[in-house]
Write a new protein. Sequence first.
Length: 258
Amino acid sequence: MIDALAAEWWKLRSVRSTFAVLGTVATFALLCVVWSLYAAHYWDGLSQARRAAFESAPPEQPLAIALPVCAVLLGALPVTSEYASGMIRTSLAAIPRRRMLFYAKAAVPGAAMFAAALASLAVGVVAGKAAANGRPMRGFDASFLDHVPYVLAMAVTTAAIALMTTGLAAVLRSTAGTITAGMAVLFVVPPVANLLPDPWGERVWAVLPESLAGRMASPPGASPARDGLPPASSALLLAAYVVVALGVGARMFGRRDA
C-alpha cells in the first residue's frame, strides 16, 4: 500500500492540472486577504450604532466557495484521466490488486485537499485577525482557537468531497461526466431543494455534503444552525457519504474491465 500511495503521489504531483487546482486554492486564499481588508475599511466608515450591529461573512468565506469545487476537480482526475489515456492498464499491470490501487487513488487527492484546505484557511484566519487589528469586528476579532473547529470542519468536508468524487469517478469513468455530476450536487441541487415546500427544502439542503461543515461547526461570530442535524450527526452523515461512495467505487473499479 505504501508503494501504491507513493506512485499515486508521484503521478499527482507530475501533472499540470494538480498545480492549477492548488493555484486556484492559493488565489482564493489571497482573496480572503482582500476581503478582510475591505471589511475593515467598511467597518471604519460606520457609525457607532451600526458598528454594534455589524455582521459580515467570515474571513474564510471565499475559500468556502472555492474549496469544494477544487475538491471535485482533484478527486476526479486520478481515475478518469487514466481511463481516458489508457494508462489504467499500466497501473493495473504494476499493481494488480485493484481495490488497493483504487484506495490509493482516493487517499492521495483526499490528503492533498485536506492539507491545502488547512493551509489556505489558516491564511484566511490570519488575514482576518490582522485586518481587524484590535477592531471589535464580529467574526474577525475572535481568537485563533475560536476558528479551529470551523477550519477543521471545512478541511474535513473538503477532503470528504474529494473522496466521494473519486468514488463517483470509478463509476462514471468520464472526466466530464464526473465533474458535471459533482458540480450539480454543489450548485444545482441546493437551489432546487430550496424550491421544495417548507420544511422540506431546508431539511434537504441541510443534509447535502457541502452544507455539513457549517452544521458541524459555525464560524466565529455566527449563530449556530438551528435547523438540520446536530454536529455529531452531521459528522456521521458525512462519513457515511464517504463510505458509500468509496465502497461503490471500489466495487465497480474491481469488477469491470479496464
